[in-house]
Ligand binder design. Structure first.
Ligand SMILES: O=C(O)C1=C[C@@H](OP(=O)(O)O)[C@@H](O)[C@H](O)C1
Ligand SMILES: C=C(OP(=O)(O)O)C(=O)O
Length: 437
């Protein structure tokens, strides 16, 4: 059911005690889908994320001739096309993973592939991926903009070779090329020039999934990746819960002085969410792994510490971390995330605007934000078609009465039913609040 807009963000006013189950990882689901399209046989993806971003990837694969059976919520099967087919128009929606990961597949299709998306996605950068394909001999028509819409004129096959790009605006440029490169005749040597590549966690994830399907990769130096040519082995894989979708729920424990357990937290993972327990502990929360998952216990309300965070490896978590920073006991600096200006919205600008609307103090820096916590008041918050701005607003609303959220349903980019899961968690109460259980 579509939630009302504006949606009244629940304000528990007491410590919560929730056990939550979050949907599968967007980043892993869409990587497995891409690899399935390139695999040497039928593949099985268990516990996938079904959301706007993964639906756009499924549609793209079907458009390229793959058979995807997603009738079950538990298990999807993908039969790769004998040869990827062109002559198709694909819709990336708002999904960065679709607009960046699909062009290298399109380059191996047997005809033109037009990729377009949601109007907010038409300003997001794709240029370095398109330039890389051009330098590998593929014709790409993008009107010189480096954004959607564009047409990749598939050639059936690519020789691969050596390519240099500037991936400072998105790690997804690197992931896109690496994911497809084993199917290039000569594989790929990819070099980055420019300031650093953000989101190291997602790059590790790309190398990890490639290894799991038998693709040989190497990292000769910090700015170079090598993918050897070879088959992508057919696979049967389960998708981890999305730890970035779990982040607001962990924050709910932190800001209410309550307890939240996220079920199925993986013992080891390449997801950026692996960074969260350490960061929450530095802010005064306590985290431990139980038989159920990861449990976070928040400090007494009002005592969450403001600390500085380098988010360069885990930029996706910034909006939730910004909510925590705005509710902390002293200023905190969030750095390493200049590229968030090119996300679903300009997230640095959006966060400053919304924190200011709440009566708080925040400023943009060259590569992030400085947040100086002050007492906040209720307000109607905008979400800018950005799922993570909806999650930011929900976390603030858990600590500040009177927060209303415009278009909380936009969270369904990665978390369908976020509002219901949030209401349920926020309605729980810890029976014995206090420093220990
Ligand atoms: O590869 C991925 O799955 C992602 C990489 C990151 O992109 P950027 O490096 O553009 O931030 C992240 O923010 C995005 O949500 C998902
Ligand atoms: C930046 C994000 O998404 P995308 O995959 O569309 O880049 C995100 O999920 O925070």
């Amino acid at each position: 059911m579509t939630p009302p807009s504006p949606w009244a963000a629940p304000h528990p006013g007491a410590p919560v005690d929730a056990v939550v189950h979050v949907p599968g990882s967007k980043s892993l689901t869409n990587r497995w889908l891409v690899l399935a399209a390139l695999a040497d046989g039928p593949c099985t993806i268990r516990r996938p994320l079904r959301s706007r971003d993964s639906e756009r990837m499924v549609d793209a694969l079907r458009g390229l001739g793959c058979h995807v059976d997603d009738s079950s919520d538990e298990v999807w099967s993908v039969v790769p096309a004998p040869a990827l087919t062109g002559g198709v128009r694909l819709d990336a929606g708002q999904a960065g993973t679709v607009m960046r990961f699909v062009p290298p597949l399109a380059a191996m299709a047997d005809g033109p592939v037009l990729l377009d998306g949601h109007e907010t996605a038409r300003t997001r950068p794709v240029g370095p991926v398109l330039e890389a394909l051009r330098s590998l001999g593929v014709q790409v028509d993008d009107g010189g903009r480096g954004t959607m819409p564009f047409t990749v004129h598939g050639r059936g096959a690519l020789d691969g070779g050596e390519v240099t790009i500037d991936a400072s605006a998105s790690s997804q440029f690197v992931s896109a090329l690496l994911l497809a490169a084993a199917r290039f005749r000569d594989g790929l040597t990819l070099r980055h020039h420019g300031v650093g590549v953000p989101s190291a966690a997602h790059l590790d994830m790309t190398l990890q999934v490639l290894e799991e399907v038998g693709v040989r990769t190497a990292r000769p130096d910090a700015r170079t990746w090598r993918v050897e040519p070879g088959p992508v082995r057919a696979f049967d894989r389960s998708v981890e819960p999305d730890l970035s979708s779990a982040a607001p729920f962990l924050a709910l424990a932190a800001v209410t002085g309550g307890r939240v357990t996220v079920r199925g937290w993986p013992p080891s993972t390449t997801q950026p969410g692996a960074w969260l327990p350490g960061a929450l502990e530095r802010m005064g929360a306590r985290c431990r792994t139980t038989t159920e998952g990861l449990e976070v216990r928040g400090p007494a309300p009002g005592t969450l510490h403001g600390v500085d965070h380098d988010l360069s490896d885990v930029g996706e978590l910034t909006p939730v971390v910004a909510a925590l920073a705005a509710l902390a006991d002293r200023p905190g600096r969030l750095g390493g995330v200049a590229h968030l200006r090119g996300h679903e919205t300009d997230r640095l600008d959006a966060l400053v605007t919304e924190i200011t609307r709440l009566g708080g103090r925040a400023e943009e820096t060259e590569d992030g934000l400085v947040i100086d916590p002050t007492p906040l008041h209720g307000a109607e918050l905008q979400t800018y078609h950005d799922h993570r701005m909806a999650m930011f607003a929900a976390v603030v609303g858990a600590a500040v009465p009177g927060v209303r959220v415009v278009d909380v349903a936009t969270a369904d980019k990665t978390f369908p039913g976020f509002d219901v899961a949030w209401e349920r968690a926020a309605a729980t109460r810890l029976e014995h609040p206090g420093p220990s259980r």
